[in-house]
Design a protein around this ligand. Sequence first.
Ligand SMILES: CC(=O)N[C@H]1[C@@H](OP(=O)(O)OP(=O)(O)OC[C@H]2O[C@@H](n3ccc(=O)[nH]c3=O)[C@H](O)[C@@H]2O)O[C@H](CO)[C@@H](O)[C@@H]1O
Ligand SMILES: C=C(OP(=O)(O)O)C(=O)O
Length: 428
Amino acid sequence: MQKMLVEGGNLLKGKVRVSGAKNSAVALLPAAILADSNVTIEGLPEISDVYTLGDLLEEIGGKVEWDGQKVDIDPEHMISMPLPNGKVKKLRASYYFMGAMLGKFNQAVIGLPGGCHLGPRPIDQHIKGFEALGAVVTNEQGAIYIRAKELTGARIYLDVSSVGATINIMLAAVKAKGKTVIENAAKEPEIIDVATLLTNMGAKIKGVGTDVIRIEGVSSLHGCTHTIIPDRIEAGTYAIAAAAAGSEVVIDNVISQHLESVLAKLREMGVTVEESDEQLLIAPRGPLKSVDIKTLVYPGFPTDLQQPFTTLLTKAVNTGVVTDTIYSARLKHIDELRRMNALIKVEGGSAIVSGPVQLEGARVKASDLRAGASLIVAGLMANGITEITGLEHIDRGYEKITDKLINLGANVWREEMSEHEVDQFQNS
Ligand SMILES: CC(=O)N[C@H]1[C@@H](OP(=O)(O)OP(=O)(O)OC[C@H]2O[C@@H](n3ccc(=O)[nH]c3=O)[C@H](O)[C@@H]2O)O[C@H](CO)[C@@H](O)[C@@H]1O
Ligand SMILES: C=C(OP(=O)(O)O)C(=O)O
């Protein structure tokens, strides 16, 4: 087991290239189940969530060949193998095996998904969608059994505009008989990316990117080649790190429109943000001003950047109020930031961040993926050395983050933990 050490004080400068989007990748891979012939996906991020899904595709009989960031998936011998335990628990997106296997085989048995602990993460809207398409869904000892004689298109109104439910219903509905309409659908860019892949496979989908998606079911889907979109959350993380501890950082391979809400907040804080073709330049100029942020569904401020942004606010003059309306309990990074000297109060579900304070290096634990990102940003800003444990969360979503930061001039490295440290970590 490893820990990450970050020595603060080195100003970030230079260029960093953003990888393919995690939250697209984790849906594109299961989507390949629906095809009758090979699906090739290019530009995948080299992160553990992607490899776990590759292993799950192999568990159900897929032939999965990796070539760096490219994968070729041969679905010919896939079967509707139950996946009640094991790797499905390692990540959230294993729930996409539900929609994809239901679409392909009219049945699926999948364990409840893992992923970041952000408070309750129900999947009732996914299930409501599968039931509307004609499936019977039961929960038997922690595994979800989904069975249908046949899938029939339906009108489905999502009570909450859920990314996962929108994609999962789309995965099942592309092969249902007749027309499906998803109302109050989520509009995140990753949903458009998945719909692009499905359309290239022969699916008939209209309205993606709006809150009404219309799908005309088809009887079969074929293979294709697809290139994934860049990861807006990774790009946003580097933008925040650059604002927190940078002089001039160029972020390459970005669709800046995907980050408008975040860039607007950085500009409000006094950070110079220049957008050009596929690149962003981030340069903090003078003291930062505090802002309030409220997370919302896309195109609002993304919940996945709330935690690193909270860290940035510790450096800003005055008080910033952070409210996460998507995951109100996504606050586990705050105790760790307090260990580093941050002045943050939690009141009425919001985090009130007072600044500026000089963060101090400390031993901290990443409780989830973006908490990890927030602690790395904190380490870059802090005096001395910050030791971060819980790297398995960070490795789920950030490709080669240590190397990318080193290229920007940061002093960051990983070390094996001693037995004593592993014990302490496991008991904490
Ligand atoms: C793998 C992946 O893509 N993960 C992302 C996805 O997670 P995920 O797909 O799990 O998030 P959702 O968009 O579904 O969740 C949004 C909100 O809806 C609620 N909800 C969701 C489904 C449901 O059936 N019932 C229900 O009440 C959730 O508790 C949450 O409050 O979108 C989140 C919100 O942008 C991001 O933080 C995650 O990074
Ligand atoms: C919450 C996240 O991931 P997941 O949904 O995969 O747990 C995230 O990417 O910030």
